[in-house]
Write a protein that binds this ligand. Structure first.
Ligand code: GEK
Length: 249
């Protein structure tokens, strides 16, 4: 994994003490400080997906095109794209609406001496212009966009993509079957416990995310991507209730 920032090894203890009021989760400085540790211990398969984004970028990046990482946080996927891109004359545009994340992502890009041109932009992915794109990454970020805005955002992305371009969409998901859904939620919590989170941390974080991270079913994602203008859509990675899809223009 790349160096994400100088404090990349800080341990996430944000929800370790009992809190009187649990505010909605936000991507502030406190979260940015511990983000690499938080996401690796919370998202099964995260590291594998980051690694594979390099391979997928190598395969799909087209010469003279733009590559987007929407909701880039500290730039883990951005740096994977930068390592993977072989096509000439590509620009990688990393976007996040958290000022702290953007500041630290810029530092990570500088520290990792990427040769592909990388622009790190503070902005809302909903209003970001997408043009001439061969690879677009939404790595666990669409889930933070209000569901009623997701269709329009995906249409805008599809419209800004070149034929043969790919969208990599990774999300936490829910399942229609209540039994299976409950089982996979329990297994995810087991995963978090195995990675050192206490029951208190798990339940307080869950409350903080309740109104902020809205997961949907794989079927909902698939149908919406097809409606948005992608021609081939399927899951390429899944671990419990976390998955990643490829949507080809
Ligand atoms: C990774 N992709 O490491 N516009 C731009 N950014 C946004 C918006 C928005 N409207 N809403 C949320 N974000 C990263 C991990 S984290 C996932 C992505 C997680 C940003 C938000 O500021 C945060 O940095 C990111 O999306 C979500 O591969 O924490 O579960």
């Amino acid at each position: 994994m790349p160096v994400l920032h100088s404090r990349a090894m800080d341990k996430d203890q944000i929800y370790s003490e009992s809190l009187a009021n649990i505010a909605d989760f936000s991507f502030d400085a406190q979260v940015a400080d511990v983000f690499p540790d938080m996401i690796e211990r919370s998202v099964p398969g995260y590291r594998a997906i980051i690694t594979m984004i390099e391979t997928l970028t190598e395969h799909y990046a087209q010469p003279g095109s733009n590559l987007y990482d929407l909701g880039c946080s500290l730039g883990a996927a951005t740096l994977s794209m930068a390592r993977g891109v072989n096509a000439e004359d590509c620009t990688i545009i990393a976007v996040d609406n958290s000022a702290t994340m953007v500041e630290r992502c810029r530092k990570a890009v500088e520290q990792n001496h990427t040769c592909a041109g990388v622009l790190v932009v503070e902005g809302d992915m909903v209003t970001t212009k997408i043009t001439n794109a061969s690879v677009v990454v939404l790595n666990f970020t669409l889930q933070f966009i209000p569901p009623e805005q997701r269709g329009q955002l995906l249409e805008k992305i599809a419209n800004g993509m070149l034929p043969g371009g790919v969208l990599i969409l990774s999300e936490k998901v829910v399942f229609k079957d209540d039994h299976l859904n409950g089982l996979l939620v329990d297994i995810h919590h087991d995963f978090k416990r195995a990675h050192g989170y206490s029951d208190l941390e798990i339940s307080q974080k869950r409350n903080a995310l309740e109104n902020v991270l809205i997961p949907e079913t794989i079927a909902t994602h698939r149908e919406r991507l097809l409606k948005a203008g992608f021609t081939s859509v399927d899951v390429w990675f899944q671990c419990f209730n976390f998955m990643s899809m490829l949507a080809i223009k």
